[in-house]
Design a protein around this ligand. Structure first.
Ligand SMILES: *Cc1c(COP(=O)(O)O)cnc(C)c1O
Length: 404
């Protein structure tokens, strides 16, 4: 069982006030808060072992390199990758997707097809559009239904020998839908297509097993799992990472350089040009350790309770409509109240110390589907409580009264 008071004490920011009220942080879908242990690890790195990695024989450089590689191993274990060199440090999900999309420019021919889903974050749409423009490949969209679930019968019909890559999020950031990624991966493989899973919104809630999923690529950001901003992970199967050209050229990613020809370094360094966010990479391991010490069973149980409680209480509010009612969903509730603009509600509840996201959540096509400008999104983490949900419900009722 999760000791909620103990967990909350790990996050200093949760005890601050905002606009004179205790902070209620329900914007975890945008970024998570950080436990003290992660902040301490950043300081400790700079105080004790700061040096550049993978160069220099001096002691600090060795210590920093070891810590960085130990962290890579922790991520490897966490996602159950077969090899540590399949785990590439990136600056985040966006970077990971762009690296893969860029690599596919050397593979796609005019008329080839790229499948994205109707539920994607802009960062899993735009790089593929850019790729299609560059190569003459065609972007196809897997549609969704009114509940915010992808329609698998349509997906099956879209797949063909022309499909070269399918890219879909594990969990939708805007609606919380958990997508049937295992089914989608197996189906795509029947046609020889690669599959990239955008796990940015999944890793805060579950431990992905990339070998069991059999995905070709899995990407996520550190800052959504209690880690710092500026660091993320691109997992890729060894064969794919060997096949794709590097994304960026520079130091660290080469074997030999002359003006005639450069040979690239082996994995993972081929995809890690330049000096990375060393502290971030090391501390991502600390964050993953922290999440595991809380325990994903405990995390899921707490978040499911919050989701059910919030859904029931929100529906008490007259005229409130929830967007995203998939059977499989995580602790995200997107909603509007009558015709009131989400921004107006967001502004009023902020005055009451409550942080929710308002707008299109970097997923404009989803808003277009529902013919709305945006929603209010409350996204819960394991450190949130039912009492905080009560505070939000009261605030929403107050905002409704003031605005209608
Ligand atoms: C947050 C998010 C991204 C983008 O992550 P960055 O950290 O901004 O690169 C992509 N996809 C999904 C589903 C997200 O939730």
């Amino acid at each position: 069982m999760l000791d909620i008071n103990k967990v909350r004490a790990d996050f200093p920011i949760l005890s601050r006030t905002v606009n004179g009220k205790p902070l209620v942080y329900f914007d975890n879908g945008a970024t998570s808060q950080k436990p003290q242990i992660v902040m301490d690890a950043i300081t400790k790195y700079y105080q004790e072992i700061n040096a550049n990695i993978h160069r220099g024989v001096h002691t600090l450089s060795q210590l920093a390199t070891d810590a960085y590689e130990i962290s890579r191993g922790k991520i490897q274990n966490h996602i159950n990758a077969k090899f540590a060199h399949e785990v590439i440090f990136t600056s985040g999900t966006t970077h990971g997707i762009n690296a893969v999309a860029n690599g596919f420019a050397s593979i796609l021919k005019p008329g080839d097809e790229v499948l994205v889903s109707a539920l994607e974050h802009h960062s899993n749409i735009v790089p593929w559009q850019m790729l299609c423009e560059k190569t003459g490949a065609v972007l196809k969209v897997i549609p969704m239904n009114e509940n915010g679930e992808l329609i698998m019968a349509e997906y099956d019909k879209l797949l063909s020998d022309k499909t070269k890559i399918v890219t879909v999020n594990h969990i939708s950031n805007a609606l919380g839908t958990v997508n049937p990624v295992k089914y989608m991966i197996d189906k795509a493989h029947e046609f020889g297509a690669a599959v990239l899973i955008d796990g940015a919104q999944a890793v805060p809630h579950l431990k992905p097993d990339v070998q069991a999923l059999d995905c070709d690529f899995y990407v996520f950001s550190g800052h959504k799992i209690c880690g710092p901003t500026g660091v993320g992970i691109l997992y890729g199967k060894e064969a794919w990472l060997n096949k794709l050209p590097p994304y960026q050229g520079g130091g660290e990613m080469i074997k030999e350089v002359s003006f005639e020809k450069t040979t690239y370094a082996d994995l993972p360094h081929k995809f890690e040009a330049g000096t990375p966010d060393i502290a971030g990479g090391i501390v991502l391991g600390t964050a993953v350790d922290y999440m595991n010490s809380v325990g994903f069973d405990n995390i899921q149980q707490q978040e499911l309770e919050l989701l059910e409680y919030a859904t029931t209480r929100l529906l008490e509010i007259e005229g409130l409509k929830i967007y995203g009612t998939a059977k499989e969903k995580t602790s995200v509730v997107s909603f509007n109240i009558g015709e009131i603009h989400p921004y107006d509600i967001g502004t009023i509840v902020d005055k009451l110390g409550i942080a929710v996201r308002t707008g299109h959540h970097c997923a404009q096509p989803i808003m277009d589907f529902f013919k709305i400008p945006g929603t209010i999104r409350a996204s819960f983490a394991f450190y949130n409580t039912k009492e905080e949900i009560d505070v939000m419900i009261d605030a929403l009722k107050r905002a409704q009264m003031m605005l209608s």
